[in-house]
Design a protein around this ligand. Structure first.
Ligand SMILES: *Cc1c(COP(=O)(O)O)cnc(C)c1O
Length: 379
């Protein structure tokens, strides 16, 4: 079965093997050396001033970001389940929150954020997804961050990059906190979250509340290559192995380029079948299709063609399906996935099978490998 859900994603073999080594004690020079190397690789990936690893899922890092970087009012962008979650976290901690809410296919506009901020001076942090996984859309996070910092440099910008870090290069110039989670683009089992922080964010954590998610005490320890509490040793070892594997396969730039090309070729292939891409601005982390037969297509992919893709949640249950683009994915696997979608449509009597999907995918994906000048990171 091919696992093509946008989290969890498949764990590469080299990484599974690295994690099969006997357990290390976390307070040893051996583990500290591994921690140090992994931390250095994370600095390359995040390009932020500081990085912190936490033994938690992505939601724990979202909570840590809110409790450490917001003191008064959180402005959260809700174009899906994960954006909504930031508001719930704020409320759970007795913080005020203001929400900009849209349908799950609609990214927020920069002007809306700026306008809401101007009307609400108590807002001291903004939380937004880079890639909102609920409907597979991309928010203009870098533009929002830049515009906000021009008028309110004190406002903390929290960017949930759980399905974006490791997918594309994110400009962190104006972002204070960028969050990643192990089981999405980082190709690991669940249980590790990472925050990349700006100097300003690190300063603000100093007055932070909370015990386990007290980022100031965590940062202090992690700067010494250890952790405040027991490190998620196996996952940290796995993370080091993932980042080394990415570098061995051409580096982050190549990974971003391949991902962008594959996501685009997949979308073109499915559109050539008459299918519709759901989000107004698609994220590169996944290809999201809305369709009346979404659940039938998804079932057929699994039962007849050995492909596991994700459906939708809440009001989009049975209305969309989502194909993962995160990680080191072999193009031949994606050729099979789009071909399987075409076969499923044929089984449903929607169109005659003629190999359109794989032809369009191959043409779009491989034309650029034959033309090296187009082989740089795509915008
Ligand atoms: C998966 C996901 C989360 C939640 O992560 P968990 O590891 O399930 O806690 C948050 N934000 C986005 C964008 C996600 O895709």
């Amino acid at each position: 079965m091919l696992l093509f859900t946008p989290g969890p994603t498949p764990v590469p073999e080299s990484v599974r093997l690295a994690m099969a080594e006997p357990t290390l004690h976390h307070r040893t020079p051996e583990f500290e050396a591994i921690f140090k190397e992994t931390r250095e690789l994370l600095f390359e990936l995040f390009a932020t001033d500081e990085v912190v690893m936490l033994a938690s899922t992505g939601t724990g890092a979202m909570e840590a970001a809110v409790t450490n970087l917001c003191r008064d009012t959180l402005l959260n962008i809700n174009s899906g389940k994960f954006g909504e979650r930031f508001g719930k976290i704020a409320q759970a901690h007795g913080l005020s929150n203001i929400e900009i809410k849209h349908e799950w296919d609609t990214p927020v506009a920069v002007e809306e954020v700026v306008g809401t901020l101007a009307a609400n001076p108590s807002v001291d942090a903004i939380a937004v997804q880079v890639s909102e996984s609920a409907g597979g859309l991309r928010h203009p996070v870098e533009e929002i961050a830049k515009a906000v910092k021009e008028i309110r440099p004190d406002v903390m910008i929290i960017a949930d990059g759980i399905t974006a870090v490791g997918v594309e290069r994110i400009d962190v110039s104006h972002i204070d906190c960028l969050i990643a989670g192990s089981q999405k683009a980082l190709m690991l089992p669940p249980g590790l979250a990472i925050l990349g922080l700006s100097h300003a964010a690190v300063e603000k954590t100093g007055a932070g509340k909370g015990y386990y998610f007290n980022l100031a005490s965590e940062i202090k320890k992690q700067r010494q290559n250890t952790t405040a509490y027991t490190a998620a040793t196996t996952l940290v070892i796995g993370l080091g192995a993932v980042l080394r594997q990415i570098k061995a396969e051409g580096g982050f730039g190549k990974l971003y380029c391949d991902t962008a090309r594959r996501a685009k070729a997949t979308r073109f292939a499915l559109e050539a079948l008459g299918l519709h891409s759901y989000p107004q601005i698609p994220a590169r982390s996944m290809t999201t299709i809305d369709d009346v037969n979404a659940s039938e297509i998804r079932d057929l992919l699994k039962t007849d063609f050995g492909v596991n893709v994700a459906g939708g949640q809440d009001h989009l249950k049975g209305k969309i399906f989502r194909i993962n683009q995160m990680g080191l994915i072999a193009p031949y696997e994606m050729v099979w996935v789009v071909n399987a979608v075409e076969l499923a449509l044929a089984k449903l009597g929607r169109r005659d099978f003629d190999g359109t999907a794989s032809r369009v995918f191959n043409k779009e994906f491989f034309k650029s490998t034959l033309n090296p000048s187009s082989n740089k990171e795509e915008k």
